[in-house]
Design a protein around this ligand. Structure first.
Ligand code: DC
Length: 220
């Protein structure tokens, strides 16, 4: 039976091409796009501002209690708002946030805080008449939507990933983040069993999008 709503989970390491790919797949298939990396970045930014470090889980949990989350649609992209404000791209992509986000994302209270919010993105996509949802991150196919229509895992070799960040003019410790993200106890970065793995080092963006669109049509 053809599902009336499609969910695509896209996971992969830093600079593996998740965002560019997901945005284009969203356009092609009329999906709402959610970048969960930006959720962890937004929380990191807020906690850094409040001076609450990732080692004090009780203080982190207490602080998060007072931060209401909401969603603003920007075309097909759903943006997280904390206390009614969507953080700017510069705030989310600063070197300070790049360096601190993995330690904060390893804190169970932070992941717990975002779990319901991320699951509820499917309702927002439905309410806004999208054909489905494409959500990218590290644990989407393993933890957030293990029931997704299609789970994709993107990979690229180290040189390709470094080139991508350099082209974006960003300073990012890709390998260090991947190491922390893959080795944490709660919801580590992993390729879930049965996920559709694509190494995109030698593929164009269009080829990857085509491959995912074909894989989705084989699932529905
Ligand atoms: O996708 P990104 O590089 O913007 O993600 C930033 C960090 O957020 C990443 O290093 C780990 C964390 N993250 C996570 O732990 N789980 C997710 N689903 C998405 C991101």
């Amino acid at each position: 039976m053809k599902p009336d709503f499609v969910i695509i989970a896209v996971d992969g390491g830093a600079a593996s091409g998740k965002s560019s790919t997901s945005r284009l797949v969203a356009e092609r298939l009329n999906l709402m796009h959610v970048d969960t990396g930006s959720h962890y970045r937004a929380v990191t930014f807020a906690l850094l501002q409040k001076g609450v470090g990732p080692d004090d889980e009780a203080a982190v949990a207490e602080r998060l209690k007072s931060i209401p989350l909401s969603t603003e649609l920007d075309g097909r992209s759903a943006r997280i708002a904390l206390d009614g404000r969507v953080p700017t791209k510069d705030e989310l992509r600063s070197e300070a946030v790049n360096n601190a986000v993995s330690p904060y994302a390893a804190v169970p209270a932070v992941r717990q805080f975002l779990f319901d919010y991320q699951r509820a993105q499917a309702d927002i996509a439905r309410e806004n008449n999208f054909t489905g949802l494409i959500m990218e991150g590290r644990d989407i196919g393993s933890v957030i939507f293990p029931d997704a229509t299609l789970r994709v895992f993107l990979e690229a070799d180290a040189a390709t990933r470094a080139e991508r960040r350099a082209a974006e003019g960003q300073s990012d410790s890709i390998e260090k983040r991947d190491k922390i993200d893959s080795s944490r106890k709660t919801a580590p970065l992993t390729c879930p069993d049965g996920a559709y793995k694509i190494d995109n080092s030698n593929l164009t963006l269009e080829e990857v999008v085509e491959e995912i669109a074909n894989a989705v049509s084989n699932c529905v």
